[in-house]
Design a protein. Structure first.
Length: 507
């Protein structure tokens, strides 16, 4: 059955930032609209089409909704550029939209993807539409559709897996793969993988294995470095950085229940009466009545920074800073519940238009691969708040700093690589504090959304001097947020935790 398309006027083209950046590359953005691309298993009746149009159109602006495009190219230099999610995976937005349709009785609708259409005009004969496309879509999760979306079946053929010839070429083969694909292997990684595959397994690794190792090794910071010896001016310090950090806890553990051995820390809480849904292990997570239950809950606390990703791509960097921290909180012990969040930002000189400040040195240069401080501050704040709003976690407090200064010694003192801090507070049943040791025959369950080739190499890329890495590889090292999917995962974890002693999660 052919796809349905509905169009709605949008204000995407009114963004001052987009207008300015488009002008710099030789384009004027004249208008914009969104297109709803709909797949259905059967033809919609007139009544169903009316329901669907009511759902998709703006309530008080029905005139801005149509079954035909509302914008079109008018003449020389004009064109329509359309971008939308890649077709390999159903987007989180589509999943939610289909759920709403199903609740309205539109059960024949199986997928809805929203594309964005821009009416652009060349103001320079050398202007390239490909450059404009980079301004309005995330090339990792979206792509340009020159002829619109005619079917969800058409997509690029996945790259075939191969083996990496380390048995013949040695470590050079791994080094080359890491460099070409941005896997972020350092010399220690390659030494270890060579020993495992060449000396112990005596075979070539596959590219799939190499990517999986890179993903698992890519948590955007390498904490084991802090356990290494500290040498200052040739003198070995008596303690490692981790030993200094852990010293207060060792000397005064107070009411700490978890510290330095799980995904977040935990403080001893208290017994209280709370409302819990009635459910059984036979039918968990089904609708049911709430009842008062006496529980003994602890408080969980976690915080992380997402600095490098926020410098390269501020909005998705902050999104996943919040999302990764939520994930850490949820996975504490045998499962924890999310409560609220804080956020903090530290950037360089803002250089606000029309508001020059005496200490802002106009000669300061910034890496071309990184966003300017003002954009980082705005987009990071929007990204963290957007993720929290979609997930359902309130952002209750935070802080902001902006500083760039030339010291009397001539040294430049500035947050060139920004700081984005995401912290969270949660609660956990005291009986779920200890993770259980894995036993043979138990299941390992991985839940979540689609796996794009993103976030790979982040651990190494974030440890580099800002601007030293290739722009394409820097961009690949930034993860992408999917708050709706994490909320679905949260419901699974919450349903398990609410079973109390019958919680199936062991670790």
């Amino acid at each position: 059955m052919p796809m349905l398309h509905f169009y709605r006027v949008a204000d995407l083209h009114t963004s001052a930032s987009l207008t300015s950046r488009a002008s710099e590359i030789g384009f004027e953005v004249l208008a914009s609209e969104v297109c709803f691309n709909i797949e259905a298993t059967a033809e919609l009746s007139v009544a169903d089409q009316t329901k669907l149009q009511y759902l998709l159109q703006e309530t008080f602006e029905p005139q801005n909704f149509s079954v035909k495009p509302l914008i079109s190219a008018q003449g020389d230099g004009d064109s329509i550029l359309e971008v939308a999610p890649r077709q390999q995976f159903t987007s989180a937005w589509s999943t939610n939209a289909v759920s709403i349709c199903s609740a309205m009785g539109l059960v024949q609708i199986t997928r809805i993807e929203k594309s964005r259409r821009y009416h652009i005009k060349r103001t320079s004969p050398t202007a390239s539409p490909q450059k404009f496309a980079l301004l309005v879509h995330d090339r990792m999760t979206e792509c340009v559709y020159p002829n619109g979306i005619a079917s969800f079946d058409q997509h690029a053929e996945p790259e075939k897996w191969t083996t990496v010839p380390i048995m013949k070429e040695g470590r050079k083969a791994l080094e080359q793969l890491s460099k070409e694909k941005g896997l972020g292997y350092d010399s220690q990684d390659i030494d270890y993988y060579m020993r495992v595959f060449k000396d112990e397994l005596k075979r070539d690794p596959t590219t799939v294995e190499c990517f999986d190792l890179a993903q698992g090794n890519s948590e955007h910071s390498r904490h084991w470095f802090f356990g290494g010896r500290v040498v200052i001016d040739g003198e070995v310090m008596p303690k490692t950085l981790f030993e200094w950090v852990k010293r207060p806890f060792k000397e005064r553990p107070s009411n700490s229940v978890i510290a330095f051995h799980d995904n977040s820390s935990s403080l001893r809480g208290f017994q209280h009466v709370a409302l819990f849904p009635e459910q059984s292990t036979e039918k968990p997570a089904v609708p049911g009545a709430f009842r008062e239950v006496k529980r003994d809950f602890d408080v969980t606390l976690t915080v992380e920074t997402h600095n490098f990703p926020c410098g390269i791509a501020p909005f998705p960097g902050a999104e996943t800073g919040a999302g990764g921290r939520i994930r850490d909180g949820q996975s504490t012990g045998q499962g924890s519940l999310v409560v609220a969040a804080i956020a903090g930002y530290a950037v360089g000189n803002l250089h606000l238009p029309g508001y020059a400040l005496p200490w802002e040195d106009q000669s300061f240069e910034y890496p071309s691969t990184m966003a300017p401080p003002l954009q980082v501050l705005i987009d990071c704040s929007n990204g963290a708040s957007d993720y929290g709003n979609k997930f359902g976690e309130p952002l209750i407090c935070g802080w902001t700093r902006a500083l760039g200064h030339r010291m009397p010694t001539g040294e430049r003192f500035e947050w060139v690589k920004p700081i984005m801090l995401s912290g969270g507070i949660g609660q956990m049943d005291h009986m779920h504090v200890e993770k259980q040791e894995p036993q043979q025959g138990q299941l390992v369950v991985k839940i979540g959304g689609p796996a794009y080739r993103i976030g790979v190499g982040g651990g190494a890329a974030s440890s580099m001097v800002a601007g030293d890495n290739a722009a394409e590889l820097d961009f690949n090292a930034v993860q992408r947020g999917d708050a709706e999917m994490e909320q679905k995962m949260n419901r699974v974890i919450r349903a398990c935790c609410e079973l109390g002693p019958k919680n199936p999660i062991l670790s």
